[in-house]
Design a protein around this ligand. Structure first.
Ligand SMILES: Nc1ncnc2c1ncn2[C@@H]1O[C@H](COP(=O)(O)OP(=O)(O)OP(=O)(O)O)[C@@H](O)[C@H]1O
Length: 244
C-alpha cells in the first residue's frame, strides 16, 4: 500500500498533514501516538470512511480514493473497538453479511475455527458472547470478506489484559498464516512493540517516527518515540527487578 500527500481537515482543524507512507505487503504495522494525533483519520482515509482533502491511497496499485466507499470496505477488513456486531442477527449472520452483500457465500464454521471459536457459536446472538469472543467474531467478519489488507483501530482496547494479550497474539498468528497486511492503531506501546514489525508514531497529523520495534527500543527513532518507549521499558525493568 502506498499513501502520498494525504491531507485532511475537519472544519479548519488539520487532522492529517501531507502524510506519505509505503507499507509492504505482508507487514504488520502499529500506529501509535497521542489522542487526537490523527491515527483513526488515517485508517479511515485508507478505507474510504473519510474522503481526504488531498492525496492518494494506492492499494494493490489502484487509487482507492476514487473508489466507491461501500465496495472498498468490502475489500478492506476493518476491526474496531466496539465491534458493532448487529445485535438482532446471529453470529453466523454477522460473519456472512459482508460476503452476502457481494453475492458470495462464506463457510462460517471455517471462519469460526480460524478465530478459535466453537462452531456452535454461530447460532448465538452477540449478547451471548464475552467481549473477547465478540472481538474474535469481529476479526472473523473482517476476514470473511477475503480482505488481505486489514485495518484495526484499538481492536483489543476494551478487553482485560489477559484476553487482550491472548487475542493480540492469536491475531498476529493469523496475520502470518494468511499472509495479511495489517495496520493496527493502539494506545499501548508495549502491544505495538511486541506485535508489529514496524511502528509509526503520529503527532499533530504527521508521522514523526518510523522504525522497527528493536530500532525504537534502541532509541533510533527520535524523541517522540523515545518518550513513548520509555514507559514499557521502565515497567519491564521494574518487573524484572521484582522477580529477582
Ligand atoms: N468527525 C470529526 N469531526 C471533527 N473533528 C474530528 C472528527 N474526527 C476527528 N476529529 C478531530 O481530528 C483530530 C484527529 O482525530 P483522530 O480520531 O484521527 O485521532 P486519533 O489519533 O485516532 O485519536 P484517539 O487516539 O483519541 O482515537 C482530533 O483533533 C479530532 O478531534
Amino acid at each position: 500500500m502506498a499513501i502520498e500527500g494525504l491531507t485532511h481537515s475537519y472544519g479548519g482543524h488539520a487532522a492529517l498533514v501531507d502524510v506519505s507512507l509505503r507499507i509492504a505487503g505482508g507487514s504488520f504495522v502499529a500506529l501509535v501516538g497521542a489522542s487526537g494525533s490523527g491515527k483513526s483519520t488515517l485508517l479511515r482515509a485508507i478505507n474510504g470512511l473519510v474522503r481526504p482533502d488531498a492525496g492518494i491511497v494506492r492499494v494493490g496499485g489502484r487509487d482507492v480514493t476514487a473508489e466507491e466507499p461501500a465496495r472498498l470496505r468490502r475489500s478492506i477488513g476493518y476491526v474496531f473497538q466496539n465491534i458493532g456486531l448487529f445485535p438482532h442477527m446471529s453470529v453466523a449472520e454477522n460473519i456472512a453479511i459482508g460476503p452476502r452483500l457481494s453475492g458470495r457465500s462464506v463457510d462460517v464454521a471455517a471462519m469460526l475455527r480460524l478465530v478459535g471459536l466453537p462452531e456452535d457459536y454461530g447460532t448465538r446472538r452477540p449478547a451471548e458472547l464475552s467481549g473477547g469472543e465478540q472481538q474474535r467474531v469481529g476479526v472473523a467478519r473482517a476476514l470473511a470478506t477475503e480482505a488481505r489488507l486489514v485495518l484495526l483501530d484499538e481492536p483489543f482496547g476494551a478487553l482485560d489484559p489477559v484476553t487482550r494479550d491472548a487475542l493480540g497474539r492469536a491475531y498476529r498468528a493469523l496475520h502470518d498464516r494468511l499472509g495479511l497486511t495489517s495496520v493496527m492503531v493502539t494506545h499501548d506501546m508495549a502491544e505495538a512493540l511486541l506485535l508489529a514489525d514496524r511502528v509509526l508514531v503520529m503527532a499533530a497529523g504527521r508521522i514523526v517516527a518510523d522504525a522497527t520495534p528493536a530500532g525504537m527500543l534502541a532509541g533510533e527513532a527520535g524523541p517522540e518515540a523515545a518518550a513513548l518507549v520509555a514507559v514499557p521499558a521502565r515497567q519491564a525493568a521494574a518487573l524484572a527487578a521484582l522477580a529477582r
